[in-house]
Structure formats: structure tokens, C-alpha cells
Design a protein around this ligand. Structure first.
Ligand code: FAD
Length: 389
């Protein structure tokens, strides 16, 4: 088999890239290890920021966004006291979309396949070869068990943090920067009414948050101890603690549909390309969920790569591909810095036994500036909206 681009991984990155290539009339094959049902029901991010909403609109893909528009208000609740920050107003009226990741993924799959796109699920054993030769080769097993080889001009590694792309790069070619934030959360999905605005709450008990995931669906985050997991947090302990930390004695409980522990860690690989392969999204970097930028950054990279491939294929201009890694890394580090800034602010502001009273005062000063200093608030608003445009 021959194609122009093999895209590995049908998460938000690979699916966005495949749709943009399709709209550019560039042949591509998208290979996904998991089943369609699995990827369409994987709950993760929930907010498409203003920059990414604009991107989908620019490409005629506004319909992939499901859920309501984000009114741009974010509530910080500090010791039970509400502070509303209007980040849409602060960024000049740019607003995003409350679109759960699985809804975006579902819609991107439908749009791509309805347009005749070649998307293969349940492909278990993708391997990448010949990245520095004239044509790259991707091998895998087809649906009937037949060995398959696809030759391509380019390979897009969009296979998340544990996929085969990153490990196909020869040792010593790529540097990996990792950071452990020494904070863990329980992430909970429940069938309960969502809050009117995304809610981030700080108190002496520690950080907690509550987000929209559907008309009767909520995502909660709860900072937990380094040894804690779901067994330590049965519903009888969880709901009272959320009520205390969110400062809402009336917070209704409901069926918990998913509970996991997530350790806050960050990772960046440099460079984001090797020969004919380009990494995009979580395959190149992992962000903590704080600040809600992982998926948004990933989608921006899908566009940067689509435009660079289009210039190379249509016009023979490879400058975009040569500059791809530098362009993306600049943005990735900026988003990492924002996420870390916010994580430090919201965790150090809480339980002082973790960081001591001095760092707690610093964090609370940083937080208060968002409510009292219009310059600090504007920078925050711009980052919430997303870099660019
Ligand atoms: P993925 O979504 O991981 O997709 C990679 C795909 O590649 C998967 O479908 C995988 O099955 C496939 N794959 C893996 N190996 C292979 C293989 N061998 N062959 C073929 N396919 C393969 N981001 C935000 O912007 N906002 C948020 O609020 C937010 N909250 C989050 C909350 C949590 C709890 C977590 C875990 C993440 C959160 N993120 C958030 C981050 C966001 O979910 C990721 O950044 C995003 O999923 C990255 O998309 P991706 O397509 O690069 O990777």
C-alpha cells in the first residue's frame, strides 16, 4: 500500500490532523490500536479554548464542537468565598466551548469517515521503519489478520504518551524533560448537575474542582495524599469532603461512573521530529490537567503539521516541516509554564503542611492579584483563550 501520510493514533490530535489533511486533498491512513467504542468513550478534557474553537471554524469544522459555548466565566472559590473571573472579556471577547473530549472525538471520527477517510480501528501492532529513507514504512496486522505494509512520505506520531512513535526514534536523538509536581488528584465522573461555571476551589483542606461534562454529568478533581487511590475514597468519604472543599454544604451527590488517581507530571521531548516522522500532542509532551491546555495544545500542533505537510506536498516547500519542531516547542513550553504557574498557585494556597507558610502566602498573593490587578488578570485571560490570533 502507498499513501502520503500515515497518522498513528485516533485521539484529538490524530483525528484533527486527518480531517485537515482530508480538507487539503492529501491522502492519509489513520491507524488506531483501540476499538471505536473505546476511543469514543474515553473521558478526559472538557474545554475547547477560544483559539481552538477559531481553528475548527476556520477549517469549516465548527460542527465538531458539541455542548454549549463557554460563557468565559471561571469561579475561583477561596475559603468558600466566590471570585468570578471573566476571562472571555479579559481576552477581548474570545470564548471557547464546553465540549467534552469524547464528544469532540466522536464528531471528528464521523466527519472524517463520512468524507471517505481511511480510519482503521483495532490495529494492535503498529511498527515504524525507515524514517530517514526516501519513503517511510509502517507495518501492522490488518483486520483479517493479514500482514500489512504502508509506504508513506510522512508519518505523524499522534499516539499519546505511550505509543510506538516516540520509541521509534534512535536513542540519543531526542531529549526528554520530565517533572514530577508531587501532587496527586482523584478524578471523578458522576451523574450530578454540573456547576454554572467551571469551579476551582482552594481551602485549608486542599484543592478541589467541579466542571461541566454534560447536562447531568460532572467532573470533580480532589487533591489527595501521595499513597491514596480510589479504595481509600469510597462515596461515604468522598462526598462530604467535596462539600467541605467546594464550600457548598448542599452539593448533591449521585452515582459515580469513574474514579481514578492521576499524578501530576509533565514531560517534553525535543525535538518533535525525526526524519520523516513528526510527533504531535501527547506523544511529544504531557501536561497536567491544570489549566486545561493539553488537548488544546495538541490540536494547535495538528494544524501546524497539516499546514506544513500541505506546503510540502502542494508547493514543494519544506520550510514549515523543517521549522515544525521549533514552532511547536516554543508554544508547548509556554503552555507548560502556564499550567505549572496555575498548579503551584492553587495547590500552595491550600494545605500549608505541604509547602509551609511562606510559600502559602506567596501563592495566595498570586491568586489575589487575579482579582485585584487588571494586568495580571489580562495575562491570565489571554492564556485561557489560547496563544495566537
Ligand atoms: P491521546 O488522546 O492519548 O490519543 C492517542 C491515541 O493513540 C489513542 O487513541 C491511543 O489509543 C492511540 N494509540 C496508542 N498507541 C497506539 C498504537 N500502538 N497504535 C495505534 N494507536 C495507538 N486537556 C485539556 O486541554 N483540557 C483538560 O481539561 C484536560 N483534562 C484532562 C484530564 C485528565 C484526567 C487527563 C488524563 C488529561 C486531560 N487533558 C486535558 C489532556 C488531554 O486529554 C490530552 O492532552 C489529549 O488527549 C491529547 O490528545 P492526543 O490525541 O495527543 O493523545
Amino acid at each position: 500500500e502507498q499513501t502520503t501520510v500515515v497518522v498513528i493514533g485516533a485521539g484529538p490530535t490524530g483525528l484533527t490532523l486527518a480531517n485537515l489533511l482530508q480538507r487539503s486533498d492529501i491522502p492519509c491512513v489513520l491507524l488506531e490500536r483501540r476499538s471505536r467504542d473505546f476511543v469514543e468513550n474515553r473521558h478526559r478534557a472538557g474545554i475547547v479554548d477560544a483559539r481552538v474553537r477559531q481553528l475548527y471554524e476556520d477549517w469549516g469544522l465548527a460542527d465538531v464542537l458539541g455542548g454549549p459555548p463557554d460563557d468565559g466565566l471561571l469561579e475561583f472559590r477561596v475559603d468558600g468565598v466566590a471570585h468570578l473571573v471573566d476571562h472571555a472579556r479579559l481576552s477581548g471577547g474570545r470564548y471557547g466551548w464546553l465540549c467534552p473530549q469524547q464528544v469532540l472525538v466522536r464528531n471528528l471520527i464521523t466527519t472524517f469517515t463520512d468524507g471517505g477517510g481511511d480510519l482503521r480501528f483495532d490495529v494492535p501492532d503498529v511498527a515504524i521503519h525507515d524514517l530517514t529513507a526516501d519513503r517511510a514504512r509502517v507495518t501492522c496486522t490488518g483486520p483479517a489478520g493479514e500482514p500489512t505494509t504502508i509506504e508513506a512520505r510522512y508519518v505523524a506520531g499522534c499516539d499519546g504518551a505511550r505509543g510506538p512513535s516516540r520509541v521509534s526514534v534512535p536513542p540519543g536523538t531526542m531529549a526528554t524533560y520530565t517533572f514530577d509536581h508531587e501532587v496527586s488528584w482523584l478524578t471523578i465522573m458522576a451523574t450530578t448537575p454540573p456547576p454554572p461555571h467551571p469551579l476551582l476551589s482552594v481551602s485549608d483542606q486542599g484543592y478541589a474542582a467541579h466542571f461541566y461534562r454534560g447536562p447531568q454529568a460532572s467532573r470533580y478533581y480532589l487533591q489527595c495524599g501521595p499513597q491514596d487511590g480510589p479504595p481509600e475514597w469510597p462515596a461515604e468519604r468522598l462526598w462530604p469532603e467535596l462539600r467541605v472543599r467546594l464550600g457548598d454544604a448542599q452539593l448533591p451527590d449521585g452515582p459515580i461512573t469513574e474514579i481514578r488517581r492521576v499524578d501530576m507530571r509533565s514531560e517534553v521531548c525535543e525535538p518533535m521530529s525525526h526524519g520523516r516522522m513528526f510527533l504531535a500532542g501527547d506523544s511529544a509532551h504531557v501536561m497536567t490537567p491544570m489549566g486545561g491546555k493539553g488537548m488544546n495544545l495538541a490540536v494547535l500542533e495538528a494544524e501546524t503539521l497539516a499546514l506544513a505537510i500541505r506546503a510540502a506536498v502542494r508547493d514543494g516547500d519544506e520550510a514549515g516541516l523543517r521549522g515544525y519542531s521549533t514552532t511547536c516547542l516554543e508554544r508547548a513550553w509556554r503552555y507548560q509554564e502556564f499550567s505549572r504557574w496555575m498548579l503551584e498557585m492553587l495547590h500552595d494556597s491550600g494545605d500549608s503542611s505541604r509547602v509551609g507558610p511562606f510559600r502559602r502566602r506567596l501563592a495566595r498573593t498570586r491568586l489575589a492579584a487575579l482579582f485585584t490587578d487588571s494586568t495580571a488578570a489580562r495575562v491570565f485571560g489571554e492564556m485561557m483563550a489560547g496563544v495566537g490570533n
